[in-house]
Design a protein around this ligand. Structure first.
Ligand code: NI
Length: 169
């Protein structure tokens, strides 16, 4: 399959609630393959189907970018099972918002359940950057974006940047 253009903020698909994947058929496999090709080229940590224009509940996170003993994982129909009460603030970016990095507070730990590309259900608990990546990509499947997590003050400050992005998309 192939690399696809990454959808930039302003495109309404990013605000759509993703639909459930009912069957891991060839179409789903092609979608995942395209996500992998696109993420590799973009040198990102994670990518959701919405970001290549498909509002489906599918994302990938390349955990090998965080820990060389880890691998890229595919999350189909993900559900967040649990998040820790303790929060952590970290600088965050998104491939759909080129060059816009912001400090965002999120739960330090997350447990997620999903289906892999072979149709097996799995559950993982992650911390730190891995937990952050999972939450960020999960948000995309819900039509939520990292800018929704910033303070009203920061939101006001980035208003102009967002307008420019949306105008160019
Ligand atoms: Ni993103």
């Amino acid at each position: 399959m192939a690399e696809r253009p990454i959808v930039i903020y302003g495109n309404p698909v990013l605000r759509e609630k993703g639909s459930r994947v009912e069957e891991i058929d060839q179409e789903t496999k092609d979608l995942v393959s395209d996500l992998m090709d696109t993420l590799r080229r973009a040198r990102g940590l994670g990518l959701t189907a919405h970001q290549i224009g498909v509002a489906k509940n599918v994302f990938i996170v390349d955990f090998s970018a965080i820990d060389i003993n880890e691998t890229l994982r595919v999350f189909i129909n993900p559900e967040i099972i649990e998040t820790s009460d303790d929060l952590e603030e970290m600088e965050e970016g998104c491939l759909s918002f080129p060059d816009l990095y912001m400090k965002i507070s999120r739960p330090r730990q997350v447990t997620v359940r999903a289906t892999d590309i072979d149709g097996n259900r799995f559950e993982i608990t992650a911390q730190g950057l891995a937990a952050r990546a999972i939450q960020h990509e999960y948000d995309h499947t819900q039509g939520d974006l990292y800018i929704d997590h910033v303070s009203p003050l920061t939101r006001t400050m980035i208003k102009g940047r967002l307008k420019k992005l949306a105008a160019a998309s």
